[in-house]
Ligand binder design. Structure first.
Ligand SMILES: Cc1cc2nc3c(=O)[nH]c(=O)nc-3n(C[C@H](O)[C@H](O)[C@H](O)COP(=O)(O)O)c2cc1C
Length: 469
């Protein structure tokens, strides 16, 4: 079933895609079971599934999904490589998953395709409403196999932000026809290159797949207008600066300033111009009060996208002890979110929760820098010999500088890959013997008491009830 975005059946609520694995299949299924658009996060899903398998695939869900994968040879290879029936010997000692590159090993393409298939398949199972997948445009190398796996599982909607996802609609068309295609990779100091992907890594006789809807996540009417002109976009999520996760920088702000961004009237999005494009849109960022939906609709929106309220509910993929601790601190008004100008190596502002015992609760300079071991936020650069190298401003400064990066660029950076994997319950052991800190990103937590209603926990249904959808 493809999401029907005709005006009579538009979802009133989109549950925000939250990486890494916060928007898990359980959360997306809970929301879709109420007829709204449930969204899984595709970010780092290859690694998440490899971690879950190494922890023994509790509940057997991945093996259940694997039974329906169209190429059983591929599914068997992935399970044989990553499934450990007895789990890990010691916490954090996951086997390293190779890093994505322009021509990654076939086994990694297989893992990524399989992983997103499983996540979407599990979310769709027993859900009555549509399921979407969220990806960040900025993370380019794993995008095609993750999209293809999601398509094989019948994903209804693809949502993408954190960049300008102009190529994605055309690529969805090709992937639905199982055609080989490529995605442009931005290369610093050099010419862009193409990252090829051939769907025939999945060996099966497959009919063309239904084309999902494509929603672009934008923070300016200028970008919305430009994407609408390019075509292939079915609607927009319009995200304001108080939303959790990454945010667009305010007008005139530069990451090099070293300052946290401050937003003002010039950053307000002209919703009338977005409405004039004639495509449905949903408002995101602090839209979690009982009046939010009506307010958004009065501004011409089809509905709202909500993240933070779902991130801390019991259906979310956040590690449960951490989640409950964050709730307790929020109730005691002992935590705050900060829009960090330099925290994320992407260069986009990023919201961090200053919760004790997590990455956001300490100075970025106190972090023990590790060689990059997940690599999603690395940027490609051209080496002196013309070949492509990869670097991340959160890796050890000496490594980054050796690769031609500037030392100033490393200041204040946090390792989002390790931090967010730890938040999802997959903290990796460090070479020095320690274990990576979790990093919690969040929007405003002021409305948590309304979902809790005096109890110590709440679920996705409580959020939906409170928001009146
Ligand atoms: C924990 C967390 C992780 C997020 N990760 C992503 C992400 O990976 N991709 C994305 O497009 N948006 C991400 N977001 C933004 C949400 O999808 C959503 O747009 C936003 O949370 C809405 O604002 P709210 O947090 O005030 O409800 C994240 C938000 C949170 C709270």
């Amino acid at each position: 079933m493809v999401t029907d975005l005709s005006p009579t059946t538009l979802p009133q609520l989109i549950q925000g895609g939250m990486g890494i694995a916060i928007s898990s299949w359980k959360l997306a299924r809970a929301v879709a079971s109420r007829g709204q658009l449930g969204v899984v996060s595709g970010t780092a899903i290859d690694r998440v599934v490899a971690c879950r398998l190494q922890e023994g695939d509790q509940g057997g869900s991945i093996r259940k999904a694997a039974e329906t994968f169209p190429d059983q040879g591929l599914a068997t290879r992935v399970l044989q490589r990553w499934f450990k029936p007895n789990g890990l010997d010691r916490p954090g000692t996951y086997q390293p998953v190779p890093l994505f590159s322009v021509n990654p090993p076939k086994a990694l393409l297989e893992l990524a395709t399989f992983a997103s298939f499983c996540e979407v398949w599990l979310a769709k199972r027993k859900a009555t409403g549509p399921i979407g997948i969220n990806l960040l445009e900025k993370i380019q190398a794993p995008t095609l196999p993750i999209l293809y796996g999601a398509l094989l599982a019948g994903v209804d909607t693809v949502l993408m932000g954190a960049g300008i996802p102009r190529e994605i609609p055309g690529l969805l068309d090709r992937l639905c026809q199982h055609e080989a295609c490529s995605l442009r990779l931005n290369v610093e100091n050099g010419a862009d290159v193409e990252i090829p992907f051939d769907p025939r890594i999945v060996q099966a006789e497959l009919a063309p797949l239904p084309r999902p809807q494509f929603l672009a996540i934008v923070s300016s009417h200028v970008l919305a207008m430009s994407l609408a002109r390019s075509g292939g976009v079915d609607g927009f999520v319009v995200e304001g600066p108080i939303a959790g996760g990454h945010n667009a920088g305010p007008r005139g702000w530069k990451v090099e300033s070293g300052e946290d961004p401050i937003y003002g009237p010039k950053d307000e999005i002209d919703l009338a111009r977005i409405q004039s494009l004639g495509l449905p849109f949903w408002l995101a960022g602090g839209m979690d009060s009982p009046t939010s939906l009506a307010e958004a609709q009065a501004l011409g929106a089809a509905g709202i996208q909500v993240g933070t309220a779902f991130a801390f509910c019991s259906d979310s993929g956040m590690e449960p002890t951490l989640r409950r601790r964050a709730i307790a601190y929020a109730l005691a008004e002992d935590v705050a979110t900060r829009t960090e100008g330099r925290g994320s190596p992407t260069g986009y502002p990023f919201k961090t929760l200053n919760l004790n015992g997590t990455e956001g609760g300490r100075d970025a300079a106190d972090r023990e820098r590790q060689p990059c071991n997940h690599g999603y936020l690395r940027t490609a650069y051209q080496k002196a010999d013309g070949s492509i190298g990869w670097r991340c401003a959160a890796e050890p400064e000496a490594d980054y500088v050796r690769k031609g990066g500037s030392a100033e660029d490393c200041v204040g950076r946090r390792c989002l890959c390790n931090g967010l994997l730890a938040t999802a319950g997959f903290p990796h052991a460090m070479k020095s013997g320690g274990i990576e800190y979790p990093l919690v990103t969040s929007g405003t937590l002021r409305d948590l008491p309304r979902f809790l209603k005096g109890r110590s926990d709440y679920d996705a249904n409580d959020v939906l009830d409170e928001l009146g959808v």
